[in-house]
Write a protein that binds this ligand. Sequence first.
Ligand code: HEM
Length: 185
Amino acid sequence: VLAALAAAGMAVCVGCGGGGDKSTETSGDPEADRRADLRVGGGEDEAKDDRTLYARLGGEATLTAIVEDMTARVIADPRVNFERKNVKRNWLGDMYKAWPPTPENVEQFKRRMVEFLTLAAGGSTQYTGRDLKVAHEGMKITNSEFDAMVGDIKTSMDKLGTRTREKRELLAIIETTRKQIVEEQ
Ligand code: HEM
């Protein structure tokens, strides 16, 4: 009963406060109030922003910048072995034919990665690549290699100032591809 009264009392007080007495709602300094509104309001608008992830990220320009940065990072990361050098296909020791990072190959990969992420993030484009399972077949990609690539993508987004909400959502999309890409362990 006491708790109920207290709650009701609070509600009444909040109601009263919002009424006639303007001095309880403003700091008395219109400039400071405007700045506070921008600060607080900005945060709320961000959380309420119901546009697609693609739009919230900043569209093609941002996605291209992320893919640009992460591709260089991932190719240079020995933990990922993006080129798939020294990957044995079977116990006979047959090797997977490594992917050479020629300018043409890198351009094609980046283009297809942008297309893939654009669609997954709710943008509009045509994906010209293969199914991800088919494209990564025989590469014997492990969970720890996949994790390292995810880490590199996160580093790229951190560097480019991607906001937390958009970063989480893009990483969640990438996580959904794990079962198509990882073959080993
Ligand atoms: C350790 C993780 C990964 C490795 C080592 C890897 C490696 C590669 C390589 C070497 C290619 C070029 C294949 C070729 O042109 O024949 C490729 C293509 C591609 N990868 Fe990955 N990849 C990894 C993870 C991912 C992830 C997480 C995604 C998506 C979120 C992804 C999306 C793609 C796409 C869209 C292509 C182009 C497919 C095509 O050309 O048909 N990859 N990957």
